[in-house]
Design a protein around this ligand. Structure first.
Ligand code: MG
Ligand code: MG
Length: 279
């Protein structure tokens, strides 16, 4: 997701209302040392482990709070801290966003997951000074073909974006690849929220946007940059709104939304996916 801090800064003037997302405080893009990347691998591996476990654990009838408690326990068991909990006041260790909810869904014991739902689980872990950040979309039980397709296309978009990452390529290469996959399948790219640098802070520069734009800095990628790439795509229009709980973002038209995210490190000839769940 786009930085929580940006959400707060932009919540009344986001792209849906005609304004471009931005990063308020510029600190520059950090190039991580091999030591730092090793540390990020550890926190990212915890994120990957928890998401893998949640994919197995989640069942119809569970509440999103049960998933949150499970995630917090597992992150803590592995010696890390949940990156999201308390971040700008966010109450959960995961963001759990169901169906038309786009991002930042607050875990709630009254929010029951049903067969046929499209559930996005986003989580982060902080260990030894570094964060990892990843999100999956889970199809619960038997879902409609169109629901599965949305998730599949969001995943393809992430893969297409990741395939463009290597030193010398640019953020626009990533964005273009993502946008092409999404638009060619008749879906839309959410513009209010972007990926980001990640490391000592959960959200760092640059904004890793998922659509072609001249309004955000097009950075040339360098070896050692660590990025969270996270296309968010909608079944209908790209426009979103934030609910009165000040966090949960939903599609304006009530249609579905899907998101996948990985934390990666840029290499000379490609990437290493630090939150890879295949280990
Ligand atoms: Mg993120
Ligand atoms: Mg995330």
């Amino acid at each position: 997701m786009k930085h929580f801090v940006e959400l707060l800064l932009n919540k009344n003037n986001s792209k849906s209302n005609g304004q471009v997302p931005f990063i308020e405080r510029r600190k520059g893009i950090e190039i991580k040392s091999s030591r730092e990347i090793k540390l990020m691998k550890k926190s990212s591996r915890i994120v990957a482990t928890v998401l893998r476990e949640i994919i197995d654990f989640v069942k119809p009838g569970m509440s999103t709070l049960e998933l949150d408690e499970f995630a917090e326990q597992r992150i803590t068991d592995m010696g890390a801290k949940p990156s999201f909990k308390g971040y700008h006041g966010f109450p959960g260790s995961i963001c759990s966003s169901i169906n038309n909810e786009v991002v930042h869904g607050i875990p709630n014991k009254k929010k029951i997951i049903r067969s046929g739902d499209l559930v996005k689980i986003d989580t982060g872990a902080y260990l030894n000074g570094y964060h990892g950040d990843s999100c999956v979309t889970i199809c619960i039980g038997k879902v409609d073909e169109s629901v599965q397709l949305l998730s599949d296309v969001a995943h393809q978009a992430l893969t297409a974006g990741l395939n463009k990452i290597k030193a010398g390529n640019s953020l626009l290469d990533i964005a273009g690849a993502i946008e092409d996959v999404v638009l060619s399948n008749g879906f839309s790219v959410v513009e209010d929220y972007t990926g980001h640098g990640v490391g000592r802070n959960l959200h760092e520069e640059p904004s890793v946007f998922n659509f072609r734009t001249k309004d955000l800095p097009n950075i040339t990628l360098r070896e050692g940059m660590t990025l969270a790439v996270e296309p968010i795509i909608n079944q209908g229009s790209k426009f979103c709104k934030t609910l009165n709980d000040r966090w949960t973002v939903v599609t304006k038209d009530g249609k579905l939304s899907s998101q996948w995210e990985h934390t990666v490190v840029v290499l000379s000839d490609g990437i290493e996916i630090l939150t890879d769940r295949n280990f």
